[in-house]
Design a protein around this ligand. Structure first.
Ligand SMILES: Nc1nc2c(c(=O)[nH]1)N[C@H]1C(S)=C(S)[C@@H](COP(=O)(O)OP(=O)(O)OC[C@H]3O[C@@H](n4cnc5c(=O)[nH]c(N)nc54)[C@H](O)[C@@H]3O)O[C@H]1N2
Ligand SMILES: Nc1nc2c(c(=O)[nH]1)N[C@H]1C(S)=C(S)[C@@H](COP(=O)(O)OP(=O)(O)OC[C@H]3O[C@@H](n4cnc5c(=O)[nH]c(N)nc54)[C@H](O)[C@@H]3O)O[C@H]1N2
Ligand code: SF4
Ligand SMILES: [Mo]
Length: 665
């Protein structure tokens, strides 16, 4: 039977689902959807259901471990914390606090996860990561254009005449948007999918457009050129609410439709077709992260934004350039949780270049790395370099639940609780505007502790224990303080389990933008450098590097896996434990490959071995290996990817990656 309680999904995902969790004899038995959640309505994915296994698995790390002579040995919490605190204090004295590097990602979307920064800021300010492997180029791009990255409320889709899914793998990564798409389609909206891979979302579309990876800006320019020819642009918006459109017109005049079609590998008729879609809106565009993971990624998102703006689809119901939804996270009082004013020193490495920076840092050198909510040896590009960097540092401390590739190179592993073992509030700044509450539901196995307990214990030893002298509830109330005026409190949230944050349903409806000019900026004034959109190409492409294309003729994508959230589920699902190398039909033909052939995919950075699967209707010269795989199961695709940053400096170029492939026995 068991007792059913409400909870929430902690995984880094668009959907941020509400859960009903069954508890029996003090253990998690089952994880299901909460039918009362306004957006996720009782449906969840396999990754969410698998959180039962992630909590109960006997592979969990249950005791602090210390590496001695290359082997891990269990030690007491007291020993682990005393030794780490002593090292932290010695490092600060000898080199300053920025000799400590905090490497993290966003594996848990709990509000109190931010308290790691409270610890590091009070320590004096460490070397931090900036930018994002995930969506950094696109977020920065939208900040230049709109001043911020905001999305429409999910239900606003029913005001759309046309819906365009541009580089988002909705059926796989954003399941509730997929449901909304089906409903909006049934209610009469048209659906267009733009993607180099004919994915499950493309299958339900009225129009599928196959584009050359990394070349979407040429498609967007082609559509704009046709919009101008057909006089479908929104002159009122351009005149009253934007700056810089003349620069876009100049750019469009500098290149022909034929050239645009050749670059994008999209026929001109498609430009015309989409010009009519955008010109006869409202047309709602959902941008995914696909096309911004290239060196020209920021420019690509800005060009698509420009198309959406000039066609009159910004600030109107049923429209929007829906990418991130940062207004969700901005609702919380993050600064009172993180105390940035306590920093005495600071240094930043980008997410992408963290390994290279660790290796070359000397003022001061990196003496300790602390990893939280991240698995850089699997998820950060150019794995061979990441491994070398982490192995080069004297002390690596990893807060983990499992023996990941990153934990395996640690000197200390501190075992942490899973989301069902702590109280927190979960939200995603990606799609809908609800936050969800979860109480601590079960006891943790062995000696696993919460991340917060670890910061509290370390802070006491380092002499600033008072800043952690709060209960979890008090910290949650601190994070919600600014919301009280909106009638939102922790007690109300506990009662209702989910509450809508005060987010705009139709962002930019007042046509007042957060840019320096207050207008939509076709040409960005945010920076000193020229803010015009331009013709730009992926780094590893025939335009920028024809020699490399001869050696490595195929583009390698590394999409998010269906059944795992990044690297979090591979060790629990036997069927995932080898690399599947998906190739477009022309690659199979060129290389004489059949289904299940064993192949080697390689470039100058590394190689990955796997088995062939042939993708129907994928764009020519395209290969995909899903991201997240562990070294013991054949290795991460990041052995092949590049650690270069995108054009605006804050994003990765994970999909801007040329490879070759051969049979391998
Ligand atoms: N199942 C599952 N779901 C997840 C996650 C997971 O790990 N597993 N992770 C979550 C997280 S953290 C994130 S960030 C989101 C990401 O969600 P998505 O944005 O959907 O992520 P991607 O896997 O990058 O897929 C993007 C799509 O872009 C396409 N694409 C690649 N290159 C190009 C291009 O040049 N142009 C165009 N037009 N399309 C291109 C790909 O073929 C793919 O269909 O998913 C979230 N949901
Ligand atoms: N090639 C390629 N690389 C990619 C991507 C891609 O599409 N292709 N996707 C990128 C994207 S979008 C993202 S968001 C990143 C994700 O990168 P990561 O966030 O590093 O990946 P995850 O596998 O989600 O999680 C990392 C670890 O966090 C641990 N963890 C979970 N909860 C907690 C917690 O509460 N406390 C602590 N201390 N640890 C916890 C998990 O056990 C897991 O091992 O990867 C990026 N890397
Ligand atoms: S991973 Fe995403 S879709 Fe799956 S249960 Fe969690 S929030 Fe929902
Ligand atoms: Mo992500």
């Amino acid at each position: 039977m068991g007792n059913i309680v409400k909870s929430a999904c902690p995984l880094n995902c668009w959907d941020s689902c509400g859960f009903n969790v069954t508890i029996e004899d003090g253990n998690i038995k089952r994880v299901e959807g909460d039918p009362h959640h306004p957006i996720t309505k009782g449906k969840i994915c396999g990754r969410g259901r698998m959180l039962e296994a992630r909590t109960n698995s006997d592979q969990r790390i249950t005791h602090p471990l210390k590496k001695v002579d290359g082997e891990f040995h269990p030690i007491s919490w007291k020993q682990a914390l005393d030794e780490i605190a002593e090292k932290l204090s010695e490092i600060k004295k000898a080199y300053g606090p920025t000799a400590v590097f905090h490497s993290h990602d966003y594996a848990n979307s709990g509000l109190l996860v931010n308290l790691d920064k409270r610890f590091f800021n009070n320590y004096g300010g460490v070397t931090e990561v900036i930018g994002s492997l995930c969506w950094g180029s696109g977020i920065e791009a939208q900040k230049w254009d709109f001043g911020d990255s905001y999305s429409h409320a999910p239900e606003d889709i029913f005001n759309s005449k046309h819906i365009v899914i541009w580089g988002r793998n909705v059926a796989r990564t954003n399941m509730h948007l997929y449901e909304y798409l089906q409903k909006a389609k049934a209610a009469g909206a048209t659906l267009t999918v733009i993607d180099p891979i004919y994915n499950a979302t493309a299958k339900i579309a009225d129009r599928y457009i196959s584009v050359k990876p990394g070349m979407d800006s040429f498609l967007a320019l082609g559509i704009m050129k046709e919009i101008l020819r057909l006089q479908l642009e929104d002159r009122l918006f351009i005149k009253n609410y934007s700056v810089g459109f003349e620069d876009v017109e100049d750019l469009l005049a500098s290149i022909s439709l034929e050239e645009l079609s050749q670059f994008a590998e999209v026929p001109i008729e498609v430009f015309t077709d989409l010009a009519k879609i955008y010109g006869n809106g409202p047309t709602m565009t959902y941008l995914g992260l696909g096309m911004q993971r290239y060196e020209n990624g920021g420019n690509t998102i800005r060009t698509i934004d420009a198309l959406i703006a000039m066609s009159g689809n910004v600030g109107v119901p049923g429209g929007g350039a829906n990418y991130g939804n940062l207004q969700v996270g901005q609702s919380f009082n993050i600064e009172s949780l993180t105390m940035p004013h306590r920093r005495q020193e600071s240094r930043q490495f980008t997410m992408m270049k963290q390994a290279e920076e660790v290796l070359k840092a000397n003022e001061p050198p990196i003496k300790m790395i602390v990893v939280t909510c991240g698995n850089p040896l699997t998820q950060v590009p150019d794995t061979n370099l990441v491994k070398q960097a982490f192995e080069s540092v004297e002390t690596v401390v990893v807060l983990e639940q499992y023996m990941t590739d990153t934990a395996a190179v640690a000197d200390y592993i501190l075992p942490v609780k899973t989301s069902f073992e702590v109280e927190d509030i979960y939200y995603a700044s990606m799609y809908h505007g609800y936050m969800n509450y979860s109480a601590a539901l079960v006891e943790a196995p062995g000696e696993a502790q919460s991340d917060l307990w670890i910061w509290t214990e370390l802070s006491k030893r380092l002499g600033f224990g008072e800043v952690f002298d709060f209960t979890r509830e008090e910290f949650l109330e601190m994070g919600l303080a600014d919301l009280n005026v909106h009638g939102i409190s922790l007690s109300k949230l506990k009662q209702e389990h989910h509450l809508l944050l005060p987010v705009k349903k139709v962002p930019w409806e007042d046509k007042v933008f957060k840019t320096p000019s207050g207008k939509y900026e076709f040409t960005a004034s945010r920076l000193d450098q020229e803010g015009k959109i331009s013709l730009s190409y992926p780094r590893e492409s025939s335009v920028n590097n024809p020699v490399l294309v001869e050696k490595y003729p195929y583009t390698l994508l590394s999409l998010h896996p269906m059944r795992s959230n990044h690297s979090q589920h591979y060790h629990l699902i036997a069927g995932l434990q080898q690399n599947r190398v998906e190739v477009s039909e022309d690659v199979a033909l060129e290389k004489n490959l059949s289904e299940n052939d064993r192949v080697r995919v390689y470039n100058d950075r590394g190689q990955v071995i796997g088995h062939v699967k042939i993708m129907k209707r994928a764009h020519p010269k395209t290969i995909n290996i899903d991201e997240g795989n562990w070294s013991q199961f054949g290795g991460t695709v990041n052995l092949l990817t590049s650690n270069e940053p995108s054009d605006n400096g804050l994003g990765s170029i994970l999909y801007d990656c040329l490879v070759n492939i051969e049979k391998w026995s």
